[in-house]
Design a protein around this ligand. Structure first.
Ligand SMILES: [Mg+2]
Ligand SMILES: [Zn+2]
Length: 226
């Protein structure tokens, strides 16, 4: 039967399917911490990251980067540079059969020198803004999601958004483990050596029966044809 214009406005009865995600901090977690990474040749993806991301994807998780880049507000590099970094990271991961589903960064800082970005905001971690924005854009089930990072701000952002949390001992992680031991304990944050161990922890604490696994089409949050 031919479809009419009215058919095209039909709203599917099936509810949109939300998928879990793992939110990753960038510097000190996925790539080496270099203090205001400001040149592409400083990007060193930690060993095992591509394989770990592929394993997550295979279990139905999205992988999303959420990163504070106040260097933009501080005038150390531009927002375009940050995007270029993310393009390069994506390119390298793809070559190894992995990918990031979304990169989100906060360019702001209240004490910045670049007027457009020198302000307080909702997106700078420990705020949950980046995670919430990503969840809206990518149809993420935040209660089934995890935040992995090396600073207490990462953990606070994850908890604020409603995720389970993992601290890695890379980057500033060892300092964080010592300085924030009580907060980590109270919040039930798992502490692991590195991002690969973090992913292993997530996979061990997630259903393996495929209930998290949906196709990209099924996962669409948008009503089409409206
Ligand atoms: Mg970090
Ligand atoms: Zn911000």
């Amino acid at each position: 039967m031919e479809r009419t214009a009215l058919d095209n406005r039909h709203i599917p009865e099936k509810p949109s399917i939300r998928r879990p995600a793992v939110f990753f901090d960038r510097d000190g977690t996925l790539v080496d911490e270099v203090e205001y990474l400001s040149a592409l040749d400083q990007i060193i993806i930690k060993p095992g990251v591509a394989r770990a991301l592929a394993a997550l994807r295979n279990r139905g998780f999205l992988a999303v980067v959420v990163t504070n880049q106040s260097g933009v507000a501080r005038g150390l590099f531009t927002a375009e540079f940050v995007n270029n970094c993310h393009d390069l990271i994506q390119q390298r991961l793809r070559r190894q059969g992995a990918q990031i589903d979304g990169f989100y960064f906060c360019p702001h800082h209240p004490e910045g020198v670049v007027p457009t970005f020198a302000r307080s905001c909702q997106c700078r971690k420990p705020g949950p803004g980046l995670l919430i924005k990503a969840s809206q854009d990518l149809c993420i089930d935040i209660a089934e999601s995890w935040m992995v990072g090396d600073k207490i701000a990462d953990i606070q952002a994850g908890l604020g958004a409603g995720c389970r949390t993992i601290l890695v001992r890379t980057g500033y992680g060892r300092e964080t483990e010592v300085n924030s031991s009580e907060d980590l304990r109270i919040s039930g944050t798992a502490v692991v050596d590195d991002v690969v161990a973090g992913v292993k922890h997530i996979l061990e604490h997630s259903p393996s029966d495929g209930t998290l696994k949906h196709t990209r089409e099924e996962s669409s949050c948008r009503f089409e044809g409206v």
